[in-house]
Design a protein around this ligand. Structure first.
Ligand SMILES: *[C@@H]1O[C@H](CO)[C@@H](O)[C@H](O)[C@H]1NC(C)=O
Ligand SMILES: *[C@@H]1O[C@H](CO)[C@@H](O)[C@H](O)[C@H]1NC(C)=O
Length: 398
């Protein structure tokens, strides 16, 4: 039903170019409009995020399970004031954030809506990133213990809602990735802060290749602070909510206990353990050209696979991402977010973000035509432009 509505909206929007198609669906219009009204009636606007206050504890539930709890601007505008209100209430001792349904915590930001807005010069493309990063900063500086149950797909914008908080609990269902270089974007939401701090060149590797970490590996990489098996998550939440006036130490204690008791899921070596030596050596470069050269010279099967992966990504995104992470390594979260906001606005003005979203999320032909098409084509001046200040009134203020 939702897909029908989306299709209808698209056809309506691009009507000029699709006159014939439009005519042929005109008869459907009445029916679909009716469906749309019904859909709006049965999902009141407040339903996309649920808030509960259980004595001294707050629980936020991202509630768009059909859209894998993807984060959009209206959700951000609901979450931020509630988190602020709870934080300012001295009675609040703990906040939990989780995703509805059994697939995702949050599969990312609603980038499709952002590109559609960007094409039309709509403010949403400025506001979405700005308000999202302000929310990421709220979580990164939250004065109350903040626990994210990243029990499912956790990518991009979903990472921003969890990774900067005090506690992140992964399960065997967690799939973590920062896949933005594949859509002409960059690993934002504070990626410049947390990725270079994962140790060695792991963050650079994850950011450039979009490699997916699953289950216990999300914990081993340092993205999650704890691992608890899926069938104990409900009990974990109950135990946390039962503690009277919990301190961070009490929460730690409960999480440790559940982690120790998650023995049904075998504990193997970190999936990248065997590759870390190569990752640290070959992804150690100040430029993408150096990294390509390292991989080419190494010539191993692993290196060739990585090179082939990188060659599919936006060359501009990769160069911007590498600089973002190298600089972010010594920057505060706040400074990273200001830098990332500048980059986000240049993505809106440039080409690859639109092309990436088209190829991966809209047409799904998986063959983006990047401009420039190769890393050599992306000049240092172009990269510099991505990092240059915005007009004063447009900068992100934290
Ligand atoms: C966000 O998603 C909800 C639920 O699907 C929808 O009602 C709302 O219009 C969306 N808001 C924006 C700004 O895209
Ligand atoms: C560990 O899990 C088992 C089985 O679910 C349960 O009976 C036991 O009480 C748990 N122990 C702790 C310390 O939580």
């Amino acid at each position: 039903m939702y897909e029908l509505i989306v299709l209808f909206c698209l056809v309506e929007k691009e009507g000029k170019d699709l006159e014939m198609l439009r005519k042929s669906v005109e008869r459907l219009t009445v029916v679909i409009k009716h469906v749309k009204i019904k859909a709006n009636m049965c999902t009141s606007a407040s339903d996309e995020v649920l808030f509960q206050k259980i004595d001294t504890k707050g629980v936020v539930t991202l509630n768009r399970p059909k859209a894998l709890n993807a984060l959009n601007l209206s959700m951000i505008r609901k979450i931020f004031p509630v988190l602020t209100e709870w934080e300012n209430d001295p009675k609040t001792k703990m906040v939990i954030i989780k995703g509805a349904g059994d697939k995702a915590f949050c599969a990312g930001g609603d980038v499709r809506a952002v590109t559609e807005a960007g094409k039309e010069g709509d403010r949403l493309a400025q506001d979405f990133f700005k308000e999202e990063y302000i929310l990421n900063n709220k979580i990164g500086t939250y004065e109350v213990p903040y626990i994210a149950f990243i029990n499912g797909i956790t990518m991009g914008g979903g990472v921003g809602l969890s990774v900067h908080g005090a506690f992140r609990v992964a399960s065997e269902k967690t799939v973590f990735a920062m896949p933005e270089t594949a859509i002409g974007l960059f690993p934002d939401v504070g990626g410049g802060h947390f990725l270079p701090r994962l140790g060695g060149k792991l963050g650079i590797y994850l950011a450039l290749t979009g490699f997916r970490l699953k289950g216990r590996d999300v914990h081993k990489a340092g993205v999650a602070t704890h691992f608890v098996q899926d069938n104990k998550m409900e009990e974990l939440e109950k135990s946390l909510l039962e503690i009277t006036d919990p301190t961070a130490q009490d929460i730690h204690h409960v999480l440790d206990k559940f982690q120790k008791n998650s023995t049904d899921i075998p504990d193997k070596d970190f999936i990248l353990a065997k590759d870390m030596e190569k990752i640290n050596r070959l992804f150690d470069g100040k430029t993408m050209e150096e990294i390509y050269q390292n991989l080419e010279q190494d010539g191993s099967e692993w290196a060739t696979t990585q090179l082939n992966t990188l060659k599919k990504m936006s060359p501009t995104s990769m160069k911007v991402t590498l600089r973002q992470l190298l600089e972010g390594e010594t920057m505060t979260l706040q400074d990273c977010l200001v830098m990332e906001y500048r980059i986000s606005q240049r993505c809106i003005e440039d080409h690859d973000f639109y092309e990436g979203v088209r190829a991966v999320l809209v047409d799904r032909d998986q063959s983006p035509k990047w401009k420039p098409a190769v890393i050599e084509g992306v000049t240092p001046q172009r990269v510099e432009w991505y990092f240059s200040p915005l007009p004063e009134e447009r900068e992100l203020q934290l």
